[in-house]
Design a protein. Structure first.
Length: 300
């Protein structure tokens, strides 16, 4: 049975529907001798005749063995057509993509990425997951992270994301704030599982060792404590962009000089063939990152 080919089954189906070898040949674009050869190959593979041939212009008749072959052959042909259509959709950019993300990217970059992908490929399936502080690419197609990750991955730096100071109105004059001014000030900080080690070093390098009075992994919780007057906070621009913070009369945002800055990177498995959908997602993410960069404050 391993010698049965889909073209043999398609030929058999055409003969049954057309009634003669000649008409089947015309439908399929074959010569009649080619039709006869394919039927002979099919009969050899299944071990018996699939047609009775009365000769002349009279239609051929399918044998009991042929009826069994045709019944299951049609199922195979339908599955083969479904496979062709699935491959075509995949090559056109449909299919499934799994993306790992984190809080800031999920708020700003990812919504536009998902929206554009779905507009271009309504049939695609997009699966998202929040990744841990030290993520691995695993079975993900793409992974956003705020630094390059270890392992068999390739990456693209999308954008630099500067950190800003969030205070209450009136705490400081309008305009940029020197990083050293944060020294010994009460601060609401990020959770120890987030970017605490990196941020502590960046602040210390700028001459600031603030007093951390509260830590949280959630940006909203941090901002709530700033509103309550517990302390100031240093948060990345992406965490504040697109939110209602800029119009919140209970908060004030200041640029820092020099500004601690993190990179936003997009990763994918190395030495693997990416799907067209993943390739398009990388292109869209790059475009969005350029738009984000243009909207950011730029120090003179």
């Amino acid at each position: 049975m391993v010698e049965v080919e889909l073209r043999h089954l398609a030929t058999m189906e055409a003969i049954v529907e057309e009634g003669t070898f000649g008409r089947a040949a015309g439908r399929l674009g074959y010569t009649q001798s080619t039709i006869s050869q394919q039927v002979a190959a099919l009969e050899k593979a299944v071990g018996g005749p699939v047609f009775e041939r009365p000769g002349g212009p009279r239609p051929v008749r399918i044998t009991p063995l042929g009826a069994v072959v045709l019944e299951h052959g049609r199922e195979l042909l339908e599955r083969a057509q479904a496979l062709v259509e699935a491959v075509d959709r995949f090559q056109a950019g449909d299919g499934r993509i799994d993306i790992g993300t984190f809080q800031s990217v999920s708020n700003v970059i990812l919504p536009s990425l998902v929206s554009r992908l779905r507009d271009e490929h309504p049939g695609c399936e997009i699966r998202l997951c929040e990744t841990p502080p030290d993520p691995e690419i695993g079975k993900l197609d793409l992974l956003f992270h705020d630094r390059p990750i270890e392992g068999e991955v390739e990456h693209l730096k999308l954008v630099d994301d500067p950190y800003l100071l969030v205070t209450r109105p009136g705490d400081l004059p309008d305009g940029p704030v020197g990083l050293e001014l944060l020294d010994d000030k009460p601060m609401v900080g990020c959770h120890v599982s987030c970017d605490k080690p990196w941020m502590d070093r960046a602040l210390a390098d700028g001459g600031a060792r603030p007093r951390i009075v509260f830590r949280s992994p959630g940006n909203e919780a941090i901002l709530a404590m700033v509103r309550a007057g517990l302390g100031w906070a240093v948060l990345p621009w992406l965490a504040l962009h697109g939110s209602e913070v800029s119009s919140d009369g209970r908060l004030a945002i200041h640029e820092l000089r020099p500004a601690p800055t993190r990179g936003i990177y997009l990763h994918w498995p190395a030495r693997t063939t990416r799907s067209p959908l993943a390739d398009r997602a990388i292109e869209i993410a790059t475009d969005i990152a350029a738009e984000v960069s243009a909207a950011q404050p730029h120090q003179a």
